[in-house]
Design a protein around this ligand. Structure first.
Ligand SMILES: C[S@@+](CC[C@H](N)C(=O)[O-])C[C@H]1O[C@@H](n2cnc3c(N)ncnc32)[C@H](O)[C@@H]1O
Length: 313
């Protein structure tokens, strides 16, 4: 059943991917409820996750799933030994971004003619969130001559697209030094370097306060284009109190308001299961939900994120 389903998806999506120039895409997302996996392909290698619950024997589930996935790889004429499987258990935000191993095997992949480092082994996530492929293209299309700010930037994939789209300056903010370095490596991989690309290791709320002050003092100009893609929950070092997107997003919008120009565009996205925008935000922002346009074809089985385009009044 699994092989049939994945082969069917692959046949359909391979044609679409070729047409769109996409080389990393989702093949299976819990399509069969009894088989709770996610399977992606990164340029011909399978990267999968299995969801386990408390009563399961994790090691047994992992071994069995890996055997099945190797059969899936063979059925797609891919090298089964290149298959990577992660286990996703119920966890706090902190564990999700924790390093799991140190194989440091980086793989260079392509997206829209740009190059990105991914790591299929060492973390739960690979360094490139494929569900935001189209959002990144939108940012690229809007970036010409803009001062661009990437908040909760992770490996800086939005920054690479903004730079490629002709942003005059970029600022990439994340609280984890390793991810900031990865972001810098991604920019360099695409020949973007220089003082116009700034990297800030900081808690986003602290960064926004400091930046607003610098702007008020005339030390820095305002931003024109912002991406705000926070985790649902984070208790990373330096974040007090722990960040919860449902409770704290309005505060972030206010912070972004302080550092942007009138007419600036903010792309806001999150992955929370149940989420509603704070009603007061409409006073300062003209907000349009664009989730239908940002979720790509290979992610339509389960909605991975919601996304809004917000115009600063
Ligand atoms: C959901 S990812 C963001 C996805 C990213 N925008 C992308 O498109 O690839 C979470 C990132 O937020 C960072 N982070 C979590 N809490 C933070 C905080 N309070 N301030 C700054 N960065 C934080 C983590 O280090 C991680 O890199």
């Amino acid at each position: 059943m699994l092989i049939n389903r994945v082969r069917k998806n692959h046949k359909h999506r391979k044609k679409w991917a070729k047409r769109e120039g996409v080389s990393c895409f989702r093949l299976y997302d819990r399509d069969i409820p009894e088989l709770p996996f996610i399977i992606d392909t990164y340029e011909g290698r399978l990267h999968a996750s299995v969801f386990v619950h408390d009563e399961m024997d994790i090691q047994e589930a992992q071994e069995l799933t890996l055997e099945w996935l190797k059969e899936v790889a063979k059925s797609l004429s891919l090298d089964p030994e290149q298959t990577v499987l992660k286990v996703r258990a119920r966890q706090s935000g902190k564990q999700q971004y924790k390093k799991r191993s140190s194989q440091a095997q980086r793989l260079e992949v392509n997206e829209a003619g740009l190059r990105f480092w991914v790591n299929l082994h060492d973390y739960l996530d690979t360094g490139l969130f494929l569900d935001h492929r189209q959002t990144r293209e939108r940012v690229s299309e809007e970036a010409r001559d803009k001062r661009f700010l990437n908040l909760f930037a992770y490996t800086g994939s939005f920054t690479v697209h903004a730079a490629a789209g002709g942003a005059s300056e970029t600022v990439t903010v994340d609280s984890t030094q390793g991810y900031l370095q990865w972001a810098q490596d991604n920019l360099e991989l695409n020949q973007f370097a220089g003082l116009q690309h700034r990297f800030e290791r900081a808690d986003v709320r602290t960064f926004l306060e400091d930046e607003a002050q610098a702007i008020r003092q005339g030390v820095r100009p305002r931003y024109d284009l912002v991406v705000l893609d926070p985790p649902t929950f984070s208790n990373s070092k330096g974040a007090h109190p722990p960040f919860d997107v449902r409770r704290h997003h309005a505060e972030l919008f206010d912070g972004v308001y302080q550092v942007t120009k009138r007419g600036a565009v903010l792309y806001f996205s999150n992955n929370a299961q149940r989420f509603s925008l704070h009603p007061d935000l409409e006073k300062r922002w003209e907000i349009t939900e664009i989730t239908e346009e940002t979720v790509p074809l290979d992610f339509q089985q389960k909605r991975p994120h919601r996304c809004w385009r917000c115009l600063r009044r």
